[in-house]
Every structure is written in structure tokens, then in C-alpha cells.
Design a protein around this ligand. Structure first.
Ligand code: NAD
Ligand code: UGA
Length: 460
């Protein structure tokens, strides 16, 4: 779609949602656009307080983020609980609220819960006194813009709202660099004159640091669906390689060698082919389930089943990893202590949402193991809350079989270590540990024993 030149003046931006996306994306926009005032609002006042607090305890841990926040916060980046005031004064409003999997009603367990998006739209309709550009930054099902429009059009002041889709593609742990150097920025808008004016206004903001060739404009529906499809394609590669890791273990092929051999074909590429204990994070599973739900809704059962398999293989892989440890010790872990290295869903983040560690640890515990858990960035209370919230069995506060370490100093008697997050510091630690344990009983997330590269991939 061609971008028509038609300027719309934007001076104040508001972002609703100060989470892993809202905080970092707005900090980068503020840094790169000193002529704009950027205010991030949230109904969680503790989060806002933390964003305004010391740089070493921002709510989101991201390499490079404190430097960006520090510079922008002293100039044109504001974190506030004043949702009304911020909506009133802004010409452009981003919605970066959570869109989790629904837990009840139609589509429970699969479809996206849009209640936070709807609440934002209601606030925007209620507090606006002038026309606005409203931007879906959150990941949403295709045709969500239609629902947002319905809500906004109920405003009593006959205002005009242009809705754009501008999905975020950052990955946690590399978010700042991903935003500084995006592969592409995607903006979907309506093809009307006012729609194109709104698209252009957003293009101009990104053009402050992203070259125009990388700013792709499409219709709203293509943009909304591209985000779900991108995550599904990335996750599909991980499930594909993880499924092959099971075959490697049966046959004597080496999964790392296989990944390299496959990935060196430039048509396939090397990225996202690293076998693991299974993907985690707040988005892959929920976005694929949402895609599955949409396909079923449109009567595309075969397509739905194809994508559902990506999540099923991921669950299989997490289960398989834990089972390998249990089998190694002869079928149960009674009397054994397992050290869990890493709780975050990937390195360089403090985010534990859908982390494979949660499921693996539960299965080990249920098999009788005592657990000693350590993660360099995740707070002990987060680990405890994850256990309480996501394990199916009830755990008591003073359970002696779960210990959380704040340093990598483990008890003398550890029967095996499960390395569940690829933190850099574990690489050295693993070398030390493999000396201590003579290479035995270290269960690495790619199912290799450390210090060995044996074909059977079993835990020596
Ligand atoms: P998050 O849970 O970290 O943050 C969402 C924030 O929105 C929370 O602080 C919550 O308090 C706030 N909020 C919810 N409803 C609100 C309301 N009505 N008014 C004011 N504040 C409200 O979520 P996140 O990880 O930042 O993800 C946000 C969206 O971005 C999701 O749709 C997600 O799929 C998508 N996304 C996430 C990532 C990622 O790496 N986390 C990357 C790309 C896209
Ligand atoms: C992912 C996408 O990469 C982002 O583009 C997207 O914006 C984001 O989801 C989102 O929508 O939330 P993220 O989940 O932060 O980003 O991190 P990834 O690097 O994609 O890792 C996800 C999971 O896959 C992690 O558990 C990671 O360890 C695992 N993974 C990744 C593998 O197991 N193997 C790989 O080769 C790569």
C-alpha cells in the first residue's frame, strides 16, 4: 500500500499498559523522538512507582534498558497513574495491555481474553475530548480493530477515532536492540483518507530511527494476523527441531549437528533451530492457541490441527525432559535432590511466564525429588508464587522439599542439576560442576550432558 503524504500533528503520546512491551517500547520512542512527550499509564500503581524508581529495580529486566529509561525519563518520558489526564491530552494512544488466553466462557483455554483491550477502549471513549489515533500494540486476534471501533464509536461527543494495528516483534532479553534495529515495523491502517493520515503519522514517528524501507504498511487485518502468524512460525521451528531431538536420541544422530546441517541451507536459516526443553514465554503458546481457535471458528479444522500440534509437541518435550531425569534415577526421585538452574523462560529476562522450568520442576517434585532452585534474575517470591499458582498440587509455605537459593551455592548433596535457562553464567558454572560431578548428572536443556557430546544424549 502506498503511503500518501498528508501530515497530522502529533505532540503527545500515551501508552496504556506499562508492562514488558509498553515500558520498553515507549522508552525507545521517547529516546529517539525528543520532540514528543510520551506518557505510559497503568492501573497497577506499584508498577508505575517502580518505573519511576531506581534504575536497578525497574519492573522489567532488559539489558540496556536502564540507560534508555534514565536518559528519556529526565526529558520526555513519564510514567503515571493518571489515565484520564493522559488520554485527554494525547493525540495518539497505544494499547499495550495483556491479552492472555481466556479462562472462561466461549473459547476458554484457547481464544484471547480481550477484556483489558475493551477496558482501554472504554476509557478512551470516556475521557477523550478530541479525535485520536488509537493503536493496537498488544497482540490481538484478527478483526479486533472492528470491536475496538464499536466501543469507541459509542462516545457521546461524535469524535473520530482512527484505529491502527502496530504489533510488536521484540523478544525479551534483546528488546532494546530489537527496537533500535527492527527487521521491520508493521503498520496496518484503513485505506480511507483519514486512515492513511493516521498511518502516515505513525510512520513519521518510527522514521526518526528506522529506515522507511523497513516500515511496512498494510491493511489492518493483514497486520493483526501477521503478528500471530510470525509467532506461530517461530514456535513451529522450535517444535520441529525438538520433535527431531527425540528421534536423534533413538538413532544416534546429534541434534546440534542436525540443526547446523539443516540451518546452513540459506532457504531454511540457522535461527530458531536450537533444541531445548521446550519454548516458554507469555506469547508463543497463547498466540498459537489463539490461531487454532480462529481457524476452528472459521471452520478450518485441518489448519487448526496443524498449528495445535506445535503446542502439543512443546508439552511433549517438557514432559520428556523431566521423564529422562526420572528414568535416569530408576523410575522415581525419592531421596534425591535436584538442583534447578534457571527459572526464567529464557536468558536475560526476569520473566517467568510459561517457563518450561515451572512444569519440569513440578514433575520432578511429584516424583519425590527435593528441589534446590536458583535463577540469577528471578526473585524468590516470584518462584514461590509460580509454584503456588501453576502447580496442580498444593504446596505449603514451609515445604522443606523446596529450597530457593539466592546464589549458585548449592547444598553438598545434589544428585543432579537440571539446566533450564541458558544464562551465560551457567556455562562457567556447568564447567565447574562437571568437574565436581565428573560430567555426571547434569541435565542440560538441549538434553545433552555437559562436557560430553555423546550420541545417545543421555545423562551420563
Ligand atoms: P504485561 O502483563 O507485562 O503488561 C500489561 C500491563 O497492562 C500490566 O502492567 C497491566 O497492569 C496493564 N493493564 C491491563 N489492563 C489495563 C487497563 N485497562 N488500564 C491500564 N493498564 C492496564 O504484558 P506484556 O508482556 O507487556 O504484553 C502486552 C501485549 O504485548 C500482549 O498482547 C502481548 O502478547 C504482546 N507482546 C508481548 C511481548 C513480550 O515480549 N512480552 C512481545 C510482543 C508482543
Ligand atoms: C517471541 C518472539 O521471538 C518475538 O518476536 C515476539 O515479539 C514475542 O515472542 C512475543 O510476541 O511475545 P520471546 O518469547 O520474548 O519472543 O523470546 P524468544 O527468543 O522467541 O524465545 C521464546 C522461547 O523459545 C524461549 O523459551 C526460548 O528459550 C525458546 N527457544 C528459542 C528455543 O527453545 N529454541 C530456539 O532456537 C529459540
Amino acid at each position: 500500500m502506498a503511503i500518501k503524504k498528508n501530515k497530522m500533528k502529533v505532540k503527545n503520546i500515551c501508552c496504556i499498559g506499562a508492562g514488558y512491551v509498553g515500558g520498553p517500547t515507549m522508552a525507545v520512542i521517547a529516546l529517539k523522538c525528543p520532540h514528543l512527550n510520551v506518557t505510559v499509564v497503568d492501573n497497577n500503581s506499584e508498577r508505575i512507582k517502580a518505573w519511576n524508581g531506581p534504575l536497578d529495580s525497574l519492573p522489567v529486566y532488559e539489558p540496556g534498558l536502564p540507560e534508555v529509561v534514565s536518559k528519556a525519563r529526565s526529558r520526555n518520558l513519564f510514567f503515571s497513574s493518571d489515565i484520564k489526564g493522559s488520554i485527554e491530552k494525547s493525540e495518539m494512544i497505544f494499547m499495550a495491555v495483556n491479552t492472555p488466553t481466556k479462562t472462561e466462557g466461549d473459547g476458554a483455554g484457547m481464544g484471547a481474553d480481550l477484556r483489558y483491550i475493551e477496558a482501554c477502549a472504554k476509557d478512551i471513549a470516556k475521557y477523550s475530548n478530541s479525535n485520536k489515533i488509537v493503536i493496537e500494540k498488544s497482540t490481538v486476534p484478527i478483526r479486533t480493530a472492528e470491536k475496538i471501533k464499536e466501543i469507541l464509536d459509542q462516545n457521546e461527543k461524535a469524535l473520530n477515532f482512527e484505529i491502527l494495528s502496530n504489533p510488536e516483534f521484540l523478544a525479551e532479553g534483546t528488546a532494546v536492540n530489537d527496537m533500535f534495529n527492527p527487521d521491520r515495523v508493521l503498520i496496518g491502517g484503513s485505506e480511507t483518507k483519514s486512515g492513511q493520515k493516521a498511518v502516515n503519522a505513525l510512520v513519521e514517528i518510527y522514521a526518526n530511527w528506522v529506515s522507511k524501507e523497513k516500515i511496512l504498511t498494510t491493511n489492518v487485518w493483514s497486520s493483526e494476523l501477521s503478528k500471530l502468524a510470525s509467532n506461530a512460525m517461530l514456535a513451529q521451528r522450535i517444535s520441529s527441531i525438538n520433535s527431531l531431538s527425540a528421534l536423534c536420541e533413538k538413532t544416534g544422530a546429534n541434534i546440534d549437528e542436525l540443526s547446523k546441517a539443516i540451518g546452513m541451507d540459506h532457504r531454511i536459516g540457522l535461527y530458531f533451530l536450537k533444541a531445548s526443553v521446550g519454548f516458554g514465554g507469555s506469547c508463543f503458546q497463547k498466540d498459537i492457541l489463539n490461531l487454532v481457535y480462529l481457524c476452528k471458528y472459521y471452520g478450518l479444522d485441518e489448519v487448526a490441527e496443524y498449528w495445535h500440534q506445535v503446542v502439543k509437541i512443546n508439552n511433549y518435550q517438557k514432559n520428556r525432559f523431566a521423564q529422562k531425569i526420572i528414568d535416569h534415577f530408576g523410575g522415581d526421585l525419592k531421596g534425591k535432590t535436584i538442583g534447578i538452574l534457571g527459572w526464567a523462560f529464557k536468558a536475560n529476562t526476569n520473566d517467568t511466564r510459561e517457563s518450561a522450568a515451572i512444569d519440569v520442576a513440578e514433575k520432578l517434585y511429584n516424583s519425590g525429588a527435593t528441589l534446590e532452585i536458583y535463577d540469577p534474575m528471578v526473585k524468590p517470591e516470584t518462584i514461590i508464587n509460580d509454584i503456588k499458582d501453576y502447580w496442580s498440587i498444593k504446596i505449603y509455605e514451609n515445604d522443606k522439599k523446596i529450597k530457593i537459593n539466592q546464589t549458585p551455592n548449592f547444598a553438598e548433596k545434589i544428585d543432579g542439576f537440571a539446566v533450564l535457562t541458558e544464562w551465560e553464567e551457567f556455562k562457567n558454572l556447568q564447567l565447574d560442576l562437571s568437574k565436581v560431578f565428573d560430567g555426571r548428572n547434569i541435565f542440560e536443556r538441549s538434553l545433552y550432558s555437559i562436557g560430553k557430546n555423546t550420541n545417545d544424549n543421555d545423562c551420563k
